[in-house]
Design a protein. Sequence first.
Length: 259
Amino acid sequence: EAEAIHGDFSQSQRESVMKKFRESRIDVLVATDVAARGLDISKITHVINYSIPQNPESYVHRIGRTGRAGREGVAITFVTPREDRQLRLIQSVAKTKITRGKLPSVQEIQEVRTERLKERIQEFIDDKRFDIYLKMVEKLSDGLQPIDVAAALLKFQLEGFGTAAAPAGEPSLGETGAPPGMARLFITVGREQKIRPGDIVKLIADKTGLSGKAIGNIKILEKFTFVEVPRDSAEKVIDVLQKSMIGGRKISAAPARPR
């Protein structure tokens, strides 16, 4: 499980999330640069930088949160070709060599997941404590192919039982924390890219034909932005933003989580 903290969190909200992380009730903590300052947590195995820090000292401070007290840790940073110069500067300041890696393909990721799942299944089979489930499987398999039953159960395990898919053209956004009739979206640009509300309005209006007045509240934070748009246009806005650039940077957009 994962949770996030950012600069707009109250102290009590921040402490609640941090308590869960320290007690290993959540596995992943997502934090903005500002919110991550001052974190002191032992036993962190991985630090992943979604974007390369502009300040070399910030990079050293971030990755220093893993591998403490004689433990081993891994720091991974996603870097675009145009950020090579900044990466070299960080290596110079940190007096270290950062090993370049290759992003795994979707197929490679699926293969690893399949192998791990196979190992877990074998553990359950070796344990042999599932008699009650054998009877359930016998009933489920009545009139069906066992391999189809296994595939369906695996799908439910990985994706959840969920609900029926939304009809074509109907947004399946869920609750985003926006007022009625609106959807709140998360966009991966912020003050760091010198973005202003007018830039967001112009981009959405130009690409979708929406009136600027139809666009609701815009909140620009350090590395990302929240914007409210009419709910019936939300999927179209997300689609065009995924193909757009702003401030010289390719952006991503998605429904925001409820506040």
